[in-house]
Design a protein around this ligand. Structure first.
Ligand SMILES: *Cc1c(COP(=O)(O)O)cnc(C)c1O
Length: 352
């Protein structure tokens, strides 16, 4: 515990803005634990609050917005898909601190401008400046390139207007933001210690890789034995192993900021890409079943884009025995439930 206190002090010394409600609850899923023959716990970052929809990005945003304010910025520009949870949480965070949010959003799934839903609706209510970029001829890469060009142009305009702009990349995945999830591991360790349980597995959904990087750094910081299982919500692209190496680099820069000698490698980032098919924001049967099982056994909701797919992977690991009976498993609920109220295309067959 003494070692943790010293690490905590280092993290607490970094610029930060309190934006959400921590610690988030950790509780056992009694009925599903019985069903699967494991001790299944859920870490509820969906309940971190602000704007009603919580989510994992708030942990990164506490440090990112803290950094933005320390630098004297008044405007925040960020990126994502049209229904990005990160973008929505950035808007909430900005509004809570009097900063102006500007969003550049790539429309992966078509939407009806007469019937704006879910996170896009939240962004509108909160008055964010939104720029929507549709992929031309279905090329998402092309859309990302145009997004960057449009954003650079807009940032130039804002700066010419005397604004000081803080740019946050997709998912808030920077070495500053990822500290939030290393800090989250300390939070979880405290809760598990109080229950006198040590986790064997921590499972979660991964996208831009920042949550994973923070968890991997947190594992190294706390010497936690738990294996971190990261289930992809989409194909991160690049060469084989490139994304894991990127996340490991991010984790190492967190370790550097905290001032500890430990370092991690790409092999510490175990990314499973077998459960997101057919693609980002597109549903699959295993995910639909996982969402319904959790909802009908426990009365808890997860989204079909991120946590639902990770849950499908976790349940499959338990079925296959990759996770042995009797194991202590923590599923990290990263939020995103508002996607249940997004475009029908995103939803899947979860009604019957
Ligand atoms: C962004 C997001 C993730 C993935 O987090 P990354 O840090 O981008 O890897 C997982 N679940 C939900 C609900 C998210 O919004």
């Amino acid at each position: 515990m003494h070692a943790h206190a010293a690490i905590q002090a280092k993290i607490d010394a970094l610029p930060r803005r309190s934006l959400a409600f921590y610690p988030t609850p950790l509780h056992k899923l009694e009925r599903l634990s019985g069903h699967f023959g494991v001790n299944l716990y859920m870490k509820r970052d969906d309940l971190s609050g602000r704007g009603s929809f919580g989510g994992n990005k708030m942990r990164k945003l506490e440090f990112l917005i803290g950094d933005a304010i320390a630098q004297g910025c008044d405007t925040v520009v960020t990126f994502g898909a049209a229904q990005s949870n990160h973008a929505m949480q950035t808007v909430c965070a900005c509004r809570a601190c009097g900063l102006s949010p500007v969003l550049f959003l790539t429309t992966v799934v078509d939407f009806d401008p007469q019937d704006v839903r879910a996170n896009m609706l939240v962004n509108e209510i909160m008055g964010a400046e939104m720029h929507l970029i549709p992929p031309q001829k279905g090329s998402v890469t092309d859309a990302f390139k145009r997004t960057q060009e449009l954003a650079a142009k807009r940032i130039g305009e804002l700066e010419a207007d005397g604004r000081k702009v803080y740019v946050i990349p997709v998912g808030g995945t920077t070495s500053v933001g990822c500290v939030g999830f290393a800090n989250a591991v300390l939070e979880l360790c405290g809760q598990m210690d109080a229950l006198e349980i040590s986790p064997d597995f921590i499972a979660h959904s991964t996208g831009s890789g920042g949550t994973m990087a923070g968890l991997v750094a947190g594992k190294a910081l706390t010497q936690t034995q738990a294996a971190i299982l990261s289930f992809s919500a989409f194909n991160p692209g690049g060469e084989e192993g490139e994304h894991a190496a990127f996340a490991a680099g991010m984790a190492n820069s967190v370790l550097e900021q905290v001032g500890v000698p430990q370092r991690v490698g790409a092999k510490d980032c175990t990314i499973d890409q077998n459960y997101f098919a057919p693609g980002y924001e597109l549903p699959n049967d295993l995910t639909d079943e996982a969402i319904k099982l959790l909802a009908r056994e426990e009365g808890i909701l997860v989204d079909p884009v991120y946590s639902g797919k990770a849950l499908a992977g976790l349940f499959d690991y338990i079925h296959k025995g990759t996770i042995a009976p009797g194991s202590n498993v923590v599923f990290w609920h990263t939020g995103g439930v508002v996607a249940l109220f997004a475009e029908k295309e995103i939803l899947g067959n979860i009604r019957n």
